[in-house]
Design a protein around this ligand. Structure first.
Ligand SMILES: NC(=O)C1=CN([C@@H]2O[C@H](COP(=O)(O)OP(=O)(O)OC[C@H]3O[C@@H](n4cnc5c(N)ncnc54)[C@H](OP(=O)(O)O)[C@@H]3O)[C@@H](O)[C@H]2O)C=CC1
Ligand SMILES: N[C@@H](CC=O)C(=O)O
Ligand code: NA
Length: 365
């Protein structure tokens, strides 16, 4: 049995619980030997030697992390998990750097890590290297983070396959943000009528944005993804050395809360409308694009103009598009599809859990 403990059952972690519970209740393709044994948020935690029942998972806020649950204590949580005996995966569904810094400790105790949290792989290079070293042995603990780039789309598994089979990465270019894809697909299109701030509001309500949408609009979320792609491709990218275009209006960068930012954003609709009409007048649309350049080993994140017949201009909804140009793929290998939202992100995490099940041959007892 593979034990799973979820840190941060918010939007994405909650969707993962739903998908795992649905599988427990009605396995479609044979029962996977996966059990949820731990949950922790910033206030409460519960760890159990016996798997949580599907019926409790259906109402986990009351039945597992309700009043009877203990106070959150991350050290104690990891201690209890390490003592369980069976292979155990900690799924970090927070966006916390503090939690990400605990991965080396978890790995050293034999716990596997699966996460959509970008922080550990895009912050200090030394943390990334430490994690890679601890997760590098064939029978030791593993780290999977497919959902950190393109949510559930098979982006990192594709890149890993290219790298491990000896291909040379020349360029990775794409629209890596569901939020910014949604914004510009809907705002910057011939005949579009929604204002920029209205589009941001819909992206937030749809669960595409980070908890504070400024983390999307300032380019940092895309910069983190570019850094992860660059590092997985073998380049020593540092997030602070990337060329990143921040499109948050200057006066709103320091406002205290996400709510205040959202309420003041309409003041800047004219500014974005102006940028958009200039692009449309030249037969182009605006798209927010990230790039890893294999020749220089550098990355960039920029608001660019694309002609209407370019594949980036034809993108829909919150789709991501990632084009890998390599020695073997001079005509790029393209991955495209829904790249944000809790269901597809939870799917990416679930598929990583299945890989650990397969690698460690957890039996179904
Ligand atoms: N939304 C998307 O489309 C995608 C999201 N991601 C990533 O998924 C992750 C989760 O996003 P989302 O679900 O939207 O975030 P939410 O804000 O909805 O949930 C975050 C959760 O983390 C908990 N948490 C925060 N800090 C701590 C801590 N120190 N210890 C324990 N728990 C903590 C919060 O607890 P509490 O409720 O008590 O505050 C909450 O349950 C992020 O890293 C995001 O970047 C990746 C790909 C796509
Ligand atoms: N806020 C991000 C969520 C996924 O990483 C996005 O919009 O892509
Ligand atoms: Na992905």
């Amino acid at each position: 049995m593979l034990n799973v403990a979820i840190v941060g059952p918010g939007l994405v972690g909650g969707a993962l619980i739903e998908q795992l519970a649905a599988h427990l209740q009605s396995p479609r393709f044979g029962s996977l030997p996966i059990a949820i044994v731990g949950l922790i948020n910033s206030k409460k935690m519960a760890v159990s030697a016996a798997p949580f029942a599907a019926s409790d998972l259906g109402d986990w806020k009351c039945r597992i992390l309700g009043d009877a649950a203990g106070s959150a204590d991350m050290a104690q949580f990891a201690d209890s998990l390490a003592k369980l005996g069976a292979p155990t995966v900690v799924v970090d569904c927070t966006s916390s750097s503090t939690v990400a810094e605990l991965y080396p400790e978890w790995l050293a105790r034999g716990l596997h890590v699966v996460t959509p949290n970008k922080k550990a792989f895009s912050s200090d290079l030394s943390l990334f290297r430490k994690i890679q070293a601890l997760a590098g042995s064939p029978r030791g603990p593993s780290v999977y983070h497919e959902a950190t780039v393109g949510a559930g789309l098979p982006v990192l598994s594709t890149l890993n396959d290219l790298v491990r089979t000896g291909d040379r990465i020349e360029k990775i270019e794409g629209i890596f943000s569901g939020t910014l894809s949604y914004l510009f697909n809907n705002f910057s299109a011939p005949g579009a009528t929604q204002t920029f701030s209205e589009c941001v509001g819909v992206a937030k309500a749809s669960g595409y944005t980070e908890p504070d949408p400024r983390d999307d609009l300032n380019g940092m979320d895309v910069a983190r993804k570019v850094t992860i792609l660059g590092r997985v491709a073998g380049f020593e990218l540092g997030i602070d050395t990337l060329d990143v275009e921040n499109i948050v209006p200057e006066a709103l960068r320091s406002v205290a809360s996400a709510d205040e930012f959202m309420s003041r954003l309409p003041e800047y609709d004219d500014h974005f409308a102006q940028l958009n009409s200039e692009a449309l007048a030249s037969g182009s649309v605006l798209r927010y694009v990230g790039c890893v350049d294999g020749a220089s080993g550098q990355g960039s994140v920029k608001l660019m103009r694309y002609p209407l017949d370019h594949p980036f201009a034809a993108l829909k909804g919150s789709d991501n598009i990632i084009a890998f140009t390599t020695a073997r793929f001079p005509s790029p290998l393209i991955v495209q599809g829904s790249g944000a939202g809790s269901a597809v992100t939870a799917f990416g995490i679930f598929s990583d859990l299945i890989k650990i099940c397969e690698r460690f041959g957890a039996d179904s007892k």
